[in-house]
Design a protein around this ligand. Sequence first.
Ligand code: FAD
Ligand code: NAD
Length: 466
Amino acid sequence: MKYDIIVIGSGPGGYIAAIRASQLGKKVAIIEKYSTLGGTCTNVGCIPSKALLDSSHHYYDAVNHFDTHGITIDAPKVDFEKMVARKANIVETTTGGIKYLMDKNNVDVFEGLGSFIDATHVKIAKNDGSEETIEGTNIIIATGSKPSTLPFISLDKERIITSTEALTLKEIPKHLIVIGGGVIGLELGSVYKRLGADVTVVEYAPKITPTMDADVSKELQKVLKKQGIKFATSHGVNAVERNGNEVIVKATDKKGRAIEFTGDYCLVAVGRKPYTEGLGLENAGVKLNERNQVEINNHLQTNISNIYAIGDVVEGAMLAHKAEEEGVVVAEYLAGQKPHIDYNLIPGVVYTWPEVAAVGKTEDELKNAGVDYKAGKFSMRALGRSRASGDIDGFVKVLADKATDEILGVHIVGARAADLIMEAAVAMEYRASAEDLARICHGHPTYSEAIKEAAKAAWDGKPLNA
Ligand code: FAD
Ligand code: NAD
């Protein structure tokens, strides 16, 4: 069978590329080694983690906040099995939805491991042992990523686990030790803390979420600490040992002292690595870069001109929406259009509570680039909306160019930050100034008023409600 485009991998990058290519009149096949479509994001990433975050949030509210709202209930209990089953149902519905979209868009789905025979032929090794070869004028590699580990850690996937196992535990840990204070560590750490576990996050860098704005990291650590998560920053882990049901994490603190943490589970969340195993890239002559990512140019084209690569398997943020945008761009490029992605405007979100969201540059990035900027900050606790809901932690910070007032970065810690950040992304897409945002009428009472106020603080230094 011959196709215009073969997509290898059905994560958010791959399946969106397939839909867009089909919409533009291409004959498309997608190959997925697992029996369900949707990749990491849908099966073991974004969707299941958000399902558990939402469930655990409800429980946490019931235990800690209902009373302040004048709601008295008997002590709520967690039916963890039911919570995990609900998550599994959501995943099932979502993967089923992607299968429906493939059918609706006439995309042929092949289940099996795809590997290059040469630059235009891909072999599909099916789970029943049979093989099939298909031909593609163009091929898009969208094979995603897998969890990274540390060289001295042996993941037993039972008590020394990655995010994948952390989403399907049979019990709530008593003490979960998380190695890595990045996005996965903080999101899944929050889930289990809210459900009653002790959680200790051991982070190598001096601050959690090291790539985010320093103010954001500081505020986030403060509020998570208030929720009971313990942090050991500037701690280099050097061994993880298992002793029966106990897990011992050995680290060295910044003064060189040996520190031990003992728990019953250890979640290793130190990043993810591009996944190209079994893909036979060498048969097509596709090159990897020094970080083992598929090497691409500005058009997401590999060194072999008919082969493209997108998502976690290439450089850049490992985010579902980044993978999706790249999928659209490649499909449109192959259909003769001239699409473009502004990588500066890809928002980053952490689904803790309060949520964290950011778009554009951090203060450190602006300082390092020698940009003369001004900052306006507004505290969530000054909002009527925050007081009404009780979500008073966090702030909005708007960074703008000192000379032109153009918005260069927006950083939010606060309730619903994940959704709020899009106002900033739209503003920046249209190169709005801080004054523009400050002069837009915002509904009252809303959390979004903090963006208006922070923009006004950046523009003229005079927020109205502070
Ligand atoms: P993937 O989603 O990894 O999909 C690649 C697919 O290719 C897989 O299904 C794989 O089986 C298949 N494949 C690989 N090799 C072959 C082969 N040779 N043949 C056939 N099939 C193959 N991002 C967000 O933006 N928001 C979030 O809230 C978020 N939460 C996350 C939570 C967790 C716990 C994790 C682990 C990740 C999370 N991410 C989140 C990151 C997000 O999941 C990834 O950035 C995204 O899935 C990358 O998409 P992709 O299409 O590049 O690859
Ligand atoms: P990450 O890069 O966000 O965080 C890894 C953390 O581990 C970093 O803080 C790093 O300093 C730390 N670390 C590295 N080596 C260490 C060591 N030896 N000891 C202690 N700490 C160490 O990676 P992640 O949390 O594993 O997530 C992987 C990817 O998945 C990320 O790129 C992220 O974008 C994506 N993801 C996104 C979301 C979201 O968008 N909400 C959610 C989950 C995952």
